[in-house]
Design a protein around this ligand. Sequence first.
Ligand SMILES: [Zn+2]
Length: 427
Amino acid sequence: MQIITARRLIIGKGKTVLANGAMCMENGQIRAVGDVKEIRQRFPQAPVCDYGDATILPGLIDMHIHVGDTQSRPDVEQGGDQLKLLYAASELSAALRRGVTAVRDVASEPGVCTALRQAAGMGFLRIPRIFTSGVALCISGGHGWPLRSVAQVNSPWKLREQVRSNIRDGADWIKAMGDSNLDAPEYTQEEFDAIVQECHRQGKKAAVHASFASTIDMCIRAGFDTIEHGIFMTPEQAAVMAEKGIAWVPTAMVCTRVARELEQMMEERGLKAESLTPDNVEVFLDVQKANSAADLRGLNTQTLRRVLFYRTVRAAYAERIQRFQRMGLTLLAGTDMVIGGTAPVPVEQEILCLAEYGLTAVEAIETATGNAARVLGLEGQIGTLEPGAAADVLVVGGDAAYDAAALQNTKEVFQGGCPLLNQAANK
Ligand SMILES: [Zn+2]
């Protein structure tokens, strides 16, 4: 039995933040949560660890990752399957030590997640809990088709068959690719319907990559449980999703990061990005060349279109995230960091990004805690600090209830009540 306490404790569900909150953990579970005086009185025999000016909150859940993805690591990719598996294990254990206690994998190569899960179950590895979709489904030549983490499957019955195979092989979810970078749904309505029906028939949930409104419409109709990216979702769609209990995983940080990097590249080259418009893409570089000493190396109209697209994406998030959350839509934190360049599974950065787009720090944290647990069907078991839940707990320095940036200051992580960093705290 162990009591931990800090200046504040975030429950992970709703707005509740306890000042001088404490919790008692026993046998891997949370026994009680409340005011420090009350908890000490109730469990006088339990040792108390006081983290001082810190925040205690539930371990974080990343709802959109690709376990073992090596798109940003060609060196690992070339090393073969065994190396890739070790890489995945190392990334996940590093993520756990930063407070990520559960992940939902939405496309990975066959067998990767089940092997990792088995190794963790046997005690060979300490990694976050993994919920996996196994390989994702796309049409022939559809989004992500060259990857081994994506299977090209067409027609309702072939899709049902693949759903069954995935479930046989350990999938908890099914992931479909609904569109790519164009406003053009890849599957037909009949195909989307078959995926979801087969999935629900077997008691599993379905996630879909859908960025554009026409695809999102079809996916809502089919009854998918989560919409991934959903960048150009309309307010009407958000309202229907809120009503039907379909959640949104905006993956805002990764797209915002790409947008920023492109803007920065323009700036570094002395180009005025704001003067680029959809109408002047073809002549933009010529005009710049004539007018200034700007560095135009490596730039072409394709790069400029990317700049424009990601500018639109950023504006879309800025318009939607706070507004749709206020409408009652369930938002979930998902990192989708296939581009590399950050710590593994940087869900704390997605939370910060959602806060920058207008959620309060506590609301943004809820997207990676209570909301995620509810959508995973594990309400009360993970993702919240309440009696009976697993003692997967994160302690960060500072006030995370006020400033989500505090999540980057990890003090301690408990997995099933077991401290992983063993930082000495004041008694
Ligand atoms: Zn993804």
